[in-house]
Design a protein around this ligand. Structure first.
Ligand code: ADP
Ligand code: MG
Length: 257
């Protein structure tokens, strides 16, 4: 009780195209405290995206319960920002209109404050001059940054991010990580951040959930003892590298033979 997000005994079974059942998640328990930043790592297909879809209310669990603020999740909620693995922008709208689209969808209109905030976010993600462009005029990494800006527009209390930086080059990735940390410290949020990268998980999070391969289970939850604020120095801190190695061993030892 009292958690912002809670998965209690969550099992998720899908029916694959040949009719056989696939257990994507098996008895997953996970609780997030208010304003906690939790990273989820694990091999491809272990159910990371499924966890986010369950929390986002886009999927109902086959068994167990998913709760937000102690209430079972039954449908998508406005106070949650989601960044999917793919940018999912609307091709016929400009970049600016894509960022404000959730407001338009919800209220039927976009006010000047939203537009101003969208422009601020565009500047933050380094795309100030791209407001009037269409998504297909942007690279994959730029589109993903627009999707991140869109998720932040209404300053959500809960942010769910599915490998949001994986389409970015290494430099932009570090920049976006620090930007995300800055936003999170200025406007605290409860964050679930799915990633393939141990370094990224370490740099960003308070705790790292290590998932095992299919069926996805929580293998281990690791506290990240690195001080905040984290910055470029964090990346060169010997403790950072020791931790990364420890976690790498754990993740590898979970790989199926
Ligand atoms: P991850 O994000 O960790 O790579 P996913 O959560 O996307 O993994 O998927 C977990 C498992 O569930 C995979 O085996 C995937 O094929 C399966 N799966 C996910 N969604 C569906 C679906 N809608 N129908 C059938 N199988 C699915
Ligand atoms: Mg995924």
């Amino acid at each position: 009780m009292g958690y912002v997000i809670e998965l209690d005994g969550v099992t998720q079974t899908f029916v694959s195209s040949d009719g056989s059942p696939v257990t994507a998640l098996d008895n997953v328990n996970l609780s997030l405290n208010r304003h906690e930043f939790v990273a989820v790592i694990g091999p491809s297909g272990c159910g990371k995206s499924t966890i986010l879809r369950l929390i986002a209310g886009l999927l109902r669990p086959s068994a167990g319960t998913v709760s937000i603020y102690d209430l079972p999740v039954t449908e998508p909620r406005d106070e949650i920002g989601v960044v999917f693995q793919k940018p999912t922008l609307l091709p016929w709208l400009s970049v600016l209109d894509n960022i404000t689209f959730p407001m338009k969808h919800k209220y039927g209109r976009v006010d000047d404050r939203d537009k101003e905030r969208a422009r601020e976010l565009l500047a933050m993600i380094g795309l100030r001059d791209f407001a009037a462009k269409r998504p297909n005029e942007l690279s994959g990494g730029m589109q993903q940054r627009v999707a991140i800006a869109r998720s932040l527009l209404h300053d959500p209390d809960i942010l769910l991010m599915d490998e949001p930086f994986s389409a970015l080059d290494a430099l932009t990735r570090d920049e976006m990580s620090f930007e995300l940390l800055r936003i999170w410290s200025e406007r605290p949020k409860t964050v679930v951040f799915v990633t393939h990268s141990i370094q990224e998980a370490l740099l960003l999070s308070d705790r790292i959930v290590v998932m095992s391969a299919r069926p996805g289970r929580v293998a281990e939850i690791i506290d990240v003892p690195l001080a905040r604020p984290r910055n470029l120095q964090t990346l060169s801190d010997p403790v950072f590298h020791e931790l990364a190695n420890e976690i790498r061993v754990k993740v590898f030892s979970r790989k199926p033979e």
